[in-house]
Design a protein around this ligand. Structure first.
Ligand code: FPP
Length: 253
């Protein structure tokens, strides 16, 4: 048995994360280290997306949420934005047959209307073509930021109040969550950020209230299957208390 298989078999199958979210950071630095332009780092990053999707699916994880392009990423140099948009469309088209073979459902989170028409059409095609899939749900966050999402939800609820559809007092945490782009999904159990920075960067701020955070210095293109399994092993060694005491958790109170 190789090392990866050994690590996978050491996982506690009863304590697998249901929802894993990832911040894929470090493509630019990876490219610079190799003497390449930044876009080549993003292209290499697509291979990591392919691998983590396959491994998540093999491990029976139900939701994988990837921060592919943030609202703030629109402020990057226009050539880099154009390459990323091209890559996203190209990758989704190329991966579609394998996503279907692996029963993976694509879901899009973010202000998708801002994505240029060509990649947007490919994204919508992949989303519709995989709508019947019942395995892993791959959430792609595109033109996404948490503050955008929360503001959007607040506006929607305010309109419902103004139109007399709901009362102000009916707005509770559940109703708020139901108006976010992640409506109906469980919150992430584990959030992994590659690339060495230890921050959240406007990602899933509402949803990660009780997520376990895992930061690794490994750059996204170098993030291997073994490192992914290491993150899950680390997650399985944590005690999730949700505000309770350790004793309460251990006594199942
Ligand atoms: C951060 O690295 C990465 C991004 C802004 C884009 C991530 C996109 C991909 C991995 C490719 C396309 C994705 C899909 C889902 C097909 P960075 O550029 O900030 O790196 P740096 O911090 O080293 O500069």
């Amino acid at each position: 048995m190789d090392q990866l298989q050994e690590k996978i078999s050491s996982l506690d199958k009863s304590r697998m994360p249901v929802h894993v979210a990832m911040i894929m950071d470090g493509n630019g630095r990876w490219a610079k280290k190799q003497g390449f332009v930044r876009s080549e780092g993003h292209a290499e990053g697509v291979s990591t997306v392919h691998r983590v999707t396959k491994l998540s699916s093999d491990l029976g994880i139900k939701y994988l949420t990837l921060y592919a392009f943030s609202t703030e990423n629109w402020n990057r140099p226009s050539e880099e934005v154009a390459t990323l948009m091209y890559l996203i469309g190209w990758a989704i088209e190329r991966e579609l047959p394998e996503l279907l073979r692996n029963n993976v459902r694509i879901h899009l989170l973010g202000d998708i209307e801002r994505i240029p028409e060509e990649p947007r059409k490919k994204l919508f095609f992949a989303r519709d073509a995989t709508a019947h899939c019942t395995g892993l749900q791959l959430n792609m966050c595109l033109s996404y930021s948490s503050r955008w999402e929360i503001t959007y939800a607040a506006r929607k609820l305010a309109k419902m109040v103004v139109n007399g559809e709901i009362s102000v007092d009916a707005i509770d945490e559940k109703m708020f969550a139901d108006n976010l782009t992640t409506a109906g999904m469980p919150d992430p159990d584990l959030l992994i950020r590659t690339g060495g920075e230890e921050r959240i960067s406007n990602y899933l701020l509402w949803q990660i209230a009780y997520s376990e955070l895992y930061f690794t210095p490994v750059l996204w293109p170098d993030f291997s299957d073994e490192e992914y399994v290491d993150a899950i092993i680390d997650f399985q060694n944590r005690e999730r208390r949700y505000g309770k005491t350790s004793e309460q958790v251990q006594n199942n109170e």
